[in-house]
Design a protein around this ligand. Structure first.
Ligand code: NAD
Length: 317
């Protein structure tokens, strides 16, 4: 007898816009699942995306891709929510949260009603707030509500560090934690290359990563989305890849450490807040949170990030 029930290879995507459609494409190419359901209030858009994606199937992996409604979330191992709108130029984070929370009030109960055993993976911004709101709306346990959080920011950070050191970004180990947004925190004290802290790597390998460089890399990481949106209107390739990485860790029960947004209650003296920390991801969703021995300034910055998120959450009511 197998110890666990096998996870279904069906993934539902709610929101077939830039992020949802790009994620569906990346998921198809990954060969990780046997069925993808695309759900969008704009049915015509979802139909167009599904047609286009299906024409790639003979060149990729056998996958059933179809348009659905919320009933079709049934039996999905993961429902990935990308539905919502992006921030308007004249809008603050709280206003955006309110607009997208109104959408979540409609869709989260329907998803959970039809798929009570599945995992919710939230991407819509502000992602930490909407993940927290999804936990409250769904009644699911903490491990089953995951926000993509800083998986994207951590990837951007490692990319930039890789560029700076002329290394494969996968050989640079570093995390961005906290809010996915303006108060995010770079964990310089634990960043390492080949097991060496950055200072030691620089000292023994003839390179530098001084305060000015660090600040430049942090700001480029934090503000990347603004720059991309100014140039092409939206960001979607990197977040879609991050979502595939999370889905892979769940479906393959990989126990991978990824920085994702999760419910923090007590760690670093932070109560009842969703923010990102490195988490072990496996078939249960978030299996556990990795505790980091943060430098005092980093712990303080994380608490400040939690406070900023708490303010928006209270504003939502
Ligand atoms: P988009 O406008 O291209 O797509 C959003 C889609 O949601 C649209 O197709 C719309 O019809 C659909 N939608 C709206 N209300 C719906 C409802 N009630 N039910 C079903 N579908 C509904 O936007 P996008 O560029 O794909 O971005 C989507 C969200 O993802 C935004 O909030 C954006 O800020 C966020 N995002 C997050 C990250 C991250 O790292 N967390 C990265 C990029 C984008």
């Amino acid at each position: 007898m197998p110890k666990y029930k096998t996870l279904s290879r069906k993934i539902s995507i709610i929101g077939a816009g830039n992020v949802g459609a790009t994620f569906a494409y990346a998921l198809l190419l990954s060969g990780l699942c046997s069925e993808i359901v695309l759900i969008d209030q704009n049915t015509q858009k979802a139909e167009g995306e599904v047609m286009d994606l299906n024409h790639a199937v003979p060149l990729a992996h056998p996958t059933r891709i179809r348009v659905g409604d919320h009933k079709d979330c049934a039996d999905s191992s993961i429902s990935v929510v990308t539905a919502g709108t992006a921030q308007r130029p004249d809008e603050n984070r709280l206003d955006l949260a309110k607009r997208n929370a109104a959408i979540f009030r409609q869709i989260i109960p329907m998803i959970v009603k039809n798929n009570p055993d599945g995992i919710l993976l939230i991407t819509t911004n502000p992602v930490d707030i909407l993940s927290h709101f999804s936990l409250q709306l769904s009644g699911l346990p903490d491990n089953k509500v995951i926000g993509s959080g800083t998986i994207l920011d951590t990837a951007r950070f490692r990319y930039l560090l890789g560029q700076h050191f002329n290394l494969d970004a996968r050989s640079v180990h570093a995390f961005i934690i906290g809010e996915h947004g303006d108060s995010e925190v770079p964990v310089w004290s634990l960043a390492n290359v080949a097991g060496m802290p950055i200072e030691e790597y620089c000292r023994t390998n003839g390179c530098e990563c001084n305060e000015v460089t660090r600040n430049k890399i942090y700001l480029q990481t934090r503000d990347a989305a603004y720059e991309i949106i100014a140039k092409k209107g939206a960001t979607y390739y990197a977040i879609a890849s991050g979502l595939v990485r999370i889905v892979e860790s769940i479906l393959r029960d990989q126990h991978t450490i990824l920085s994702v947004s999760t419910h923090i209650n007590g760690l670093y003296e932070i109560q009842d807040t969703f923010l990102s920390l490195p988490c072990v991801i496996n078939r249960n969703g978030i299996d556990r949170i990795i505790q980091l021995p943060l430098a005092p300034s980093e712990a303080a910055a994380l608490q400040k990030s939690a406070k900023a998120l708490g303010g928006i959450m209270r504003g939502l009511g």
